[in-house]
Structure formats: C-alpha cells, structure tokens
Write a new protein. Structure first.
Length: 296
C-alpha cells in the first residue's frame, strides 16, 4: 500500500508522498513553542496516492511552466508533447507518477524516477530533500541515460502553494527580481522583458490581492525571495541554475516557484531571445538545481 513519508528535526516536520509525484504535503515549522503550517492543505488528511489541485508543493520536470502548443524545440527536430492545459503542455510529466524511494533517514530522503514516454529522451530525475537546522534543502538532478546519444532541453522547478496567512495578517513577498516576462493570452511568452509595476513592488516588498499576479520574473544573479508572515519569515534561495521565479496569487494561496528557466524557454531561445534560462542536457552535462527554504 502507498504511504506518506515524514522527515523531521527540532525545527520542522515535512510530509512527502512518493506515489503522488514526490509531492510535499505539509511543512510544519516549530517556533517559540508554536507549530505553523506553511503549505495550503497541509493540515488536511493526505491521500498518499493523489495531490489535490492547489495544495502542497509539486516538482516540475523535465520541463517547467508552459510549452506553447506542446512543441518541444530541439536540435533533432520538434517533438509533440501532450497539451494537458490547451494550448500548453504544462509543468512536466512527473508530478502524477510514482517515484522510487532510494534512501530515507530521520531528516533526509532521496527519490528517483525514470523519464518515460511521451518524453522523447532517455534519462532520470533524482530528487533529494534534507532538513538541516532551520532549512529545507531540495535538489533535483536531470540526468541523461548513458545510452542516450542526443542532447535535449531540460528544466526543473518547484511549485509550492503557500498559505497566505498563518493566523493573523497576510504574507508579504519580496524578491530580488530584475524584470518580468511579458505574457499574452493565454499565458504565452512573447520574449519581451520589462520592468513592470509588479517588478518594482516585489523589489520593495508587497502583498498581493487575489489573482493580482501570475507572472514569471528574471532574478538578479544570486537573488532569492522572502516570504514574511507576522509569525515567521522564510527565505528562498537557489543554486546558480535557479534563474527565475514564478509568482501566482490564486484565491487561497500564494505560489512562489523557483525554476531554471522562463515560460517556453526553448521556443524563445530558438527565436534568439536571451536570458531565458534555456539549458541543454547530455550524458556529460546533467542539469542540477537546488532550492533552499530557511525560516526564522
């Protein structure tokens, strides 16, 4: 039978569902004798085989965000991916599949999954989580199979749904962003980068209204994001491959998504646009991305 796994230390308790896409179901942080649930739905019962929409945190692999018309542009041609949110192929293929647990200890976990059709390239994704003090460190590795002779585009990211309140006032978001990618209906990247009003608000720190933001932002090198509730503050940083953050404010949550590229990066890069975060993977060059979430 499928089962959830918990890892913990004196600072936090994390619940993960390997069968439901290796998703995070709960992040309970201990502070001053109180326990605070950071993820939407975190206090619910967790069916280990299914992550409800709008809850927890799921991983995005082997691509993040949206690919327009499901057209994956590669050096060996255009591959058609299923449009699971027409006209887009969205958020990769691994969030609904069962992952294999490779190692588990009291405060750490390692999982992996083999890439499979309709993804046209052979390989795997490795995913590790570790609680170290007051930080959750998550690393994904997108690795080409030793028999895969082709180079392919790849991207990795996390899609958490954070609670907008921990009991009192709304969360405030601050981010070291430089510009926002223009998206035209329906959320398709045009290739234009601009300093928007929301860019400036994030630089200074802001609270978002419902559906006020749904955009992808280029980070300054080494930049991160900070979520500040009255009860605690969480800082989100990443490896140098984390070049973008997506911000989305649905009715019940705030999504702050560290990822390695922008929306539709392969198509934009093919058209000559810069700063997309588009990266290629082969047997000698895996894509490795780490995001660290620290609270105080």
């Amino acid at each position: 039978m499928p089962a959830n796994i918990t890892i913990s230390n004196e600072s936090a308790l994390i619940t993960i569902s390997p069968e439901a896409g290796a998703s995070l179901r709960s992040i309970k942080v201990n502070k001053n004798g109180n326990s605070y649930e950071l993820l939407s739905g975190g206090d619910n019962e967790h069916d280990p085989s299914e992550l409800p929409h709008g809850e927890g945190s799921f991983i995005m692999a082997p691509w993040v965000n949206r690919i327009r018309d499901g057209r994956l542009v590669t050096s060996d041609g255009i591959h058609e991916l299923p449009m699971n949110q027409p006209p887009h192929a969205i958020h990769g293929l691994e969030r609904d599949r069962e992952w294999t647990v490779k190692y588990v200890s009291e405060s750490s976990l390692e999982l992996e999954i083999a890439l499979a059709e309709p993804w046209p390239y052979a390989g795997k994704v490795e995913y590790s989580l570790s609680l170290e003090g007051s930080s959750l460190i998550q690393t994904m590795r997108l690795i080409a199979d030793e028999n895969e002779t082709r180079t392919f585009p790849g991207s990795l990211g996390w899609h958490p749904w954070f609670n907008t309140t921990l009991g009192s006032d709304l969360v405030k978001a601050t981010a070291d962003v430089s510009a926002q990618w223009e998206l035209e209906y329906p959320a398709t990247a045009t290739g234009k980068l601009e300093v928007t009003g929301i860019t400036e608000r994030l630089q200074q720190g802001t609270r978002f209204g419902v559906k006020e933001v749904d955009g992808c932002f280029l980070m300054n090198k080494g930049g991160g994001a900070v979520l500040s509730w009255p009860e605690l503050t969480m800082t989100m940083t990443g490896s140098e491959t984390i070049t973008h953050f997506m911000f989305y404010s649905p009715e019940h949550a705030l999504c702050v998504e560290p990822q390695t590229c922008t929306v539709d990066a392969a198509q934009l890069a093919d058209k000559g646009f810069a700063d997309t975060g588009h990266l290629l993977v082969d047997r000698e060059n895996p894509l490795i991305a780490t995001t660290t979430w620290s609270w105080e």
